[in-house]
Design a protein around this ligand. Structure first.
Ligand code: GTP
Length: 239
């Protein structure tokens, strides 16, 4: 395969991490981005599930990308561990994808759905999107966490449901702005092409910055504490 001038400048594809709580729309966002950008960019997808490969199966079923460009990592552990603490299985999957189907422009890495503490290591993701949805409650941005505060793009999804669940998108945007120190937030419905276009434009912009060698991937850490009980504490109590 002949070398590709665009990716050889950076040596590899841009890796975009997509994280967020269960069911907020991570897989839907990946499907929508593949549909929107799949003709102009060479894309690959890595999904993470704890015990299954369901997200990869869903995405292959959507027909948004050649099925062999969608690979699954079965983490067998808390999603946070595989995208933040020991990223080796994910890095291997990304590298295998690029070796088999490269050169690629962008690899989208979907985290398993987790709580507000999960974020990507900069060793895995060059830039990261955190997805919330209005149905999870409009107080979630106020609760903060590394994804809310320091992801490169915060997506507040399912705004079409806001009137039905009594959520205030305005409140969510205001609380996000307070936490994010100028980092961008978009409130969208992935059922609306205009919403998808906003996120796609951001991704294209990140790719341009990456190709220019000017993308500084920020560590959204510190890592959330998660001991053998799923949390750490300095007091004694029975489990
Ligand atoms: N109404 C509405 N539903 C949406 C929107 N985006 C996603 N959904 C639906 O929300 C549900 C969950 O979406 P997924 O994309 O599977 O969410 P996920 O974050 O990948 O879920 P996990 O992988 O289980 O963590 C699906 O039924 C989607 O069709 C939206 O903008 N509006």
């Amino acid at each position: 395969m002949s070398p590709d001038p665009e990716t050889t400048a950076t040596g590899r594809a841009l890796r975009i991490g997509i994280g967020g709580p269960v069911g907020t729309g991570k897989s839907s966002l990946i499907a929508a981005l593949c549909r929107r950008l799949g003709t102009e960019l060479r894309l690959g997808v890595v999904t993470n599930d704890i015990y299954t490969t369901e997200d990869a199966i869903f995405l292959r079923g959507q027909g948004v990308l050649a099925p062999e460009r969608i690979v699954a990592v079965q983490t067998g552990c808390c999603p946070h561990t595989a995208i933040r603490d020991d990223v080796s299985a994910n890095l291997q999957a990304v590298e295998d994808l690029e070796r088999a189907h490269g050169p690629l422009d962008v690899v989208l890495v979907e985290s398993g759905g987790d709580n507000l503490t999960a974020c990507f290591s900069p060793a895995l993701a060059d830039t990261q999107i955190f997805v919330l949805d209005v149905a999870g409650g409009d107080d979630v941005p106020r609760k903060g966490g590394p994804g809310v505060a320091r992801s490169d793009l915060l997506v507040i999804n399912k705004v079409d449901l806001a009137p039905h669940v009594g959520a205030s998108v305005e409140t969510m945007l205001r609380d996000s702005a307070e936490r994010r120190d100028g980092r961008p937030t978009v409130a969208v419905s992935l059922r609306d092409p205009a919403g998808v276009a906003e996120v796609a434009a951001w991704a294209l912009d990140q790719l341009a910055v990456w190709r220019a060698g000017a993308l500084v991937s920020e560590d959204p850490g510190p890592p959330a504490p998660h001991g053998p009980h799923g949390h750490t504490h300095d007091h004694a109590h029975a489990h």
